[in-house]
Design a binder for this molecule. Structure first.
Ligand code: ATP
Length: 530
């Protein structure tokens, strides 16, 4: 099931991915299954590194984020409350001529299966009218397959975070503002999976729901609501930050993360969704785009989602999603009456707008909104949320395309040879270091090289290689993206006494070499690969 060939660079990348074991087609021996991909030995390491770095940055290095690992199949009511059952669909059309099925909004970018030189929008096949196609995969839980046992494979990891919000709040000793993070599989029955792994039917997400105080609460407590003074990182979080500051903070934090794993700022773009593009509950959404070879496309979305998600789960489950804030209660009591009235009214209006949009009867919506605003005055509110939602597989593809480079070298016989160097940032590189005895047939060199391999192994991924010329071995590791190569030679064994127990360290990107003592190797490498 070949992907349409987007361009020559993508062809080279796809072929390298298979040849070196980054990515294979799922079920390839049976002809593949469209929209599903497997990660080979190098790809699996790359993916683990990316997820671990995300987790470290988002959870371990912060005081204010806790982790979660929820199930893929959850109560189907979750997807009713989130809106996925009713609205998570793409417009789809069928071509009566070729029997193909296409996303109605992508006809200009989808090649016609019968005439690949033409896009579906231009070919003469007879098309049906667009109709909604729900992207959730359905399954049945338990032995009876009927409507009552329908369940869904989660189309995003985020909803479990909302559903477990109260449990995490109670067990983690966190207080708003704080976040809950989760990585894991998500499934979408995409109408037209394409661009290699970019749009898959099974993929992984790294999502953070960062819960914040509504602006009315911030204002009641601190007297002001800080808003961004201009572009750029707004610095350390402050108690007077409103949702706009938090949103900008997370956009900038996420861009710093990408830069920290080797995606240059110039390869990224911020796209601020226009008001008419925003989901009805969203106050703002920024897509972080990456310049893929097939176009500049979304890597991550960072949305300010108001209190929509928790409110929906409160309505559908009947369980309160409110939090109590002692500081708010105390601050409210000190506010002048006019300020209390103003904040009460603003909060009440926001709640009423949400309830009306969700189809509540006007009278009921007004009564519920008043009750919510009365709660606010006593210290209770539903947190708002900022959601940075990233795709692991898209990031892997971005890292692979960014790392891919070809160099042409002339060998001793004057022949030109083009080879690939995968210039991964050492932090994400699948293998951190190659270890090579200069010669395979010298037992002392091999013994020493195996000692060095075993010294490094507890700390990082090591690839030991004794086969072929040293140049070939370097080239193989360049293609795998291994940033450092350690060679054990006769000087290591003491041929030049002053160099005993030192090794050559070769840098992948420019081939330069330096001499290091074996005892310093672990520290030197860890400084560069972590
Ligand atoms: P798109 O508009 O490209 O379909 P989306 O806006 O629906 O994406 P979200 O629902 O915001 O995507 O999901 C968050 C992230 O999950 C995306 O930024 C992307 O990295 C990843 N993602 C979503 N759908 C897919 C997919 N089919 N294959 C791979 N990754 C995906």
């Amino acid at each position: 099931m070949a992907e349409p060939k987007v361009n020559e660079l993508m062809e080279k990348i796809v072929s390298l991915c298979k040849r070196r074991g980054f990515v294979y087609q799922s079920s390839e021996i049976y002809g593949g299954i469209n929209g599903f991909w497997d990660y080979g030995p190098l790809g699996a390491e790359l993916k683990r590194n990316v997820k671990e770095l995300w987790w470290r940055r988002i959870v371990h290095e912060r005081e204010d984020v806790a982790g979660l690992e929820a199930t893929i199949i959850m109560a189907p009511q979750i997807w009713k409350a989130s809106g996925h059952v009713d609205t998570f669909s793409d417009p789809m059309i069928d071509c009566k001529t070729c029997k193909g099925r296409f996303r109605a909004d992508q006809l200009n970018e989808t090649p016609c299966p019968q005439k690949p030189s033409k896009m579906v929008s231009e070919c003469h096949g007879e098309k049906t009218e667009p109709r909604a196609f729900n992207l959730m995969f359905e399954t049945h839980v338990g032995p009876v397959k009927d409507d009552s046992s329908i369940a869904y494979l989660r189309p995003e990891t985020a909803q479990a975070i909302f559903a477990q919000f109260k449990n995490v709040l109670e067990t983690s000793r966190q207080r708003v503002p704080f976040g809950i993070a989760q990585t894991g599989k998500a499934f979408r029955n995409e109408v037209t999976p394409r661009n290699f792994t970019f749009r898959s039917r099974e993929f992984e997400q790294m999502e953070l729901e960062f819960f914040i105080k509504p602006d009315e609460v911030v204002e009641a407590i601190t007297g002001t609501v800080a808003t961004p003074a201009g572009p750029g990182h707004p610095g350390e979080p402050q108690p007077n930050w409103g949702w706009q500051m938090w949103h900008q903070y997370w956009v900038e934090e996420r861009i710093r993360f990408y830069e920290g794993i080797g995606l240059p700022r110039a390869s990224l773009e911020e796209y601020w969704q226009k008001p008419e593009e925003l989901a009805h509950y969203a106050r703002a959404c920024v897509d972080i785009l990456f310049k893929f070879p097939f176009g500049t496309q979304e890597l991550e979305g960072i949305a300010a989602r108001s209190d929509f998600d928790l409110s929906q789960h409160q309505r559908f489950s009947g369980k309160a999603m409110t939090v109590f804030d002692e500081e708010l209660k105390a601050a409210w009591a000190r506010l002048p009456k006019e300020k209390q009235d103003e904040l009460w009214r603003r909060y009440c209006e926001a709640r009423q707008r949400y309830l009306l949009k969700m189809g509540e009867e006007p009278e009921k919506a007004a009564a519920l909104a008043r009750a919510d605003a009365d709660g606010l005055a006593k210290g209770w509110y539903i947190p708002h949320v900022i959601e940075p939602s990233a795709g692991v597989d898209r990031l892997i593809l971005a890292l692979i395309t960014n790392a891919f480079s070809e160099v042409t070298e002339t060998d001793a016989k004057g022949r030109n040879e083009t080879r690939v160097i995968m210039r991964f940032h050492p932090r994400v590189a699948p293998t951190k270091v190659g270890v090579f005895p200069l010669l395979k047939n010298k037992p002392e060199l091999v013994k020493k090289a195996l000692e060095v391999r075993d010294l490094l192994r507890p700390w990082m991924t090591v690839f030991y290689d004794e086969g072929g010329s040293i140049g070939r071995r370097y080239a193989r590791q360049d293609e795998a993206g291994t940033p450092f190569g350690v060679t054990i030679d006769f000087d290591t064994l003491g041929e030049k006494p002053e160099l005993r127990d030192t090794v050559t360290v070769r840098h992948r990107d420019d081939g330069h070499q330096e001499r290091l003592a074996i005892k310093d190797l672990v520290g030197w490498l860890l400084e560069r690969v972590r």
